[in-house]
Write a protein of this length. Sequence first.
Length: 226
Amino acid sequence: MQYIYETHCHTSQASACGQMTGEELARYYKNAGYDGIIVTDHFFNGNCAVDPSLDWETKCGLYCAGYRDAKKTGDEIGLSVFFGIEYSYVGTDLLTYGLDEAWLKAHPEVMEIGVKEYIKLVHESGGMIVHAHPFREAFYIDTIRLYPYDVDAVEVFNAGNHDPEFDRRANWYADSYGLVKVAGSDRHEPVSKARCATVFDEKLQSIDDYMRLVREDKIAGLICER
Ligand SMILES: [Zn+2]
Ligand SMILES: [Zn+2]
């Protein structure tokens, strides 16, 4: 038995570029045959939909609204929904797993510290970092920055990459440093047919299962359809 997971997707509640609410996102993935999703909305340093003038705790609560909606619907329709973050450093996107709303509320310094300090803090807190689409070229990415000795895995297939060469280079990068490979759709909208998924031999009961299987490189397969 194999289980199919989305590791990278966005809701309209927290991502300014998102086109589906958490509820719509959960229904979309259930219909598409996935077993679960990890909601990874753009954090405050990315294309976030949350009003930056609000206080920190309120912002953190609103940031998690899309995830909470997706989780509520997922529980009703039989789709696992887990929490993640897409943290951005001047266009370098780091998918962050294993943290939660309470952690965010307790760590406002994540907006002040450098990217290496952020990765260290996430690790000290028991979380995991996957470098999203490391070789994407786009208007909002000024430099390709790599952290091969800091990240836990590399997103080697991203359905949001418009040029397959970006994925090819990500594969080459992961091979070169012996880094674990995962795939994610980076889905924002229902219309795009392109999709990616990370496949496991066991059903994930929690985000801890995801982190454990990635860290141990126990990934059954990667799907990328364009
Ligand atoms: Zn986006
Ligand atoms: Zn994304």
